[in-house]
Design a protein around this ligand. Structure first.
Ligand SMILES: O=C1O[C@H](COP(=O)(O)O)[C@@H](O)[C@H](O)[C@H]1O
Length: 251
């Protein structure tokens, strides 16, 4: 893996959205040529809005949407039509506007118990690996083509928070949390071994309120406990997408 991340600093949020679309479209073409499909793992919150340029010409017409497979890096354990659902956010803002086959979209199966939802999501991923739809990494974790991550104000990625034990999980593919510091409290999340097995990862941070967190993560500051966003590594390439304001505290 390439240890050093690529840091792209765009003039504005708008330019960053364009750059993210170009980056995603290029990876889509590369992986579809290479392996016949493109697995994309989504986050919630701001990311979906930043993906909006993919819905516009030329991307919407040139991307082979039929080969996309969609997963979630984390999900709030709420019904899929709840306003807090990451699936609903992605569906309303993105997935309902592109022709990805429904059978290629893998939301959680909602159940009241976060533990059960995590077990179910993990077993569905295992099945996709058994069916050779998702490859396995050298360390025997599912290897997604692209994971798109946001970063929270506390430096969290997915639902891996600085002061919660889930971030240290080494064996499971999917785990759960019932006391997320950011609401809603019950969530499931992919674990670090899975995230860090992905081929490409984009960390998309476009919020000047996160300038200090980004500077700490990229400047290698010693923070205790360490910032989850500073623990992200990709097998091929890790790219940070920042705008000028968010990058303003980088040295
Ligand atoms: O709660 C969550 O927060 C993170 C960060 O969101 P952002 O809008 O501040 O970038 C998000 O990536 C994650 O998927 C979500 O569940």
């Amino acid at each position: 893996s390439n240890e050093k991340p690529i840091v792209r600093i765009l003039d504005s949020e708008e330019d960053a959205a364009v750059a993210l679309a170009e980056y995603t479209a290029n990876l889509s073409e590369k992986y579809i040529k290479q392996k016949g499909s493109f697995s994309v793992v989504l986050s919630g919150a701001n990311l979906i809005n930043t993906m909006r340029k993919l819905l516009k010409p030329r991307y919407n017409t040139t991307i082979d949407w039929s080969k996309w497979l969609i997963f979630w890096v984390d999900e709030r354990v709420v019904p899929l039509d709840d306003p807090l659902s990451n699936y609903k956010l992605a569906f309303d803002g993105f997935l309902s506007k592109v022709p990805i086959p429904k059978s290629n979209i893998f939301p959680i199966n909602y159940n009241k118990s976060p533990a059960d939802v995590a077990v179910d999501y993990e077993s569905r991923l295992k099945k996709l690996v058994d069916e050779k739809i998702i490859p396995l990494s050298a360390s025997k974790f599912p290897k997604f083509d692209l994971i798109l991550l946001g970063v929270g104000f506390d430096g969290h990625v997915a639902s891996l928070f600085p002061n919660r034990p889930q971030r240290y999980e080494k064996k499971r593919w999917v785990t759960f949390i019932t006391d997320s510091p950011k609401p809603p409290p019950p969530r499931i999340t992919l674990t670090f071994p899975v995230i860090n097995s992905a081929s490409d990862i984009a960390l998309v941070v476009l919020d000047k309120g996160k300038a200090d967190i980004v500077a700490a993560a990229l400047g290698g500051a010693v923070v205790t406990p360490s910032l989850p966003c500073a623990e992200v590594k990709a097998e091929e390439e890790l790219t940070w997408f920042l705008d000028k304001d968010t990058a303003s505290k980088l040295k």
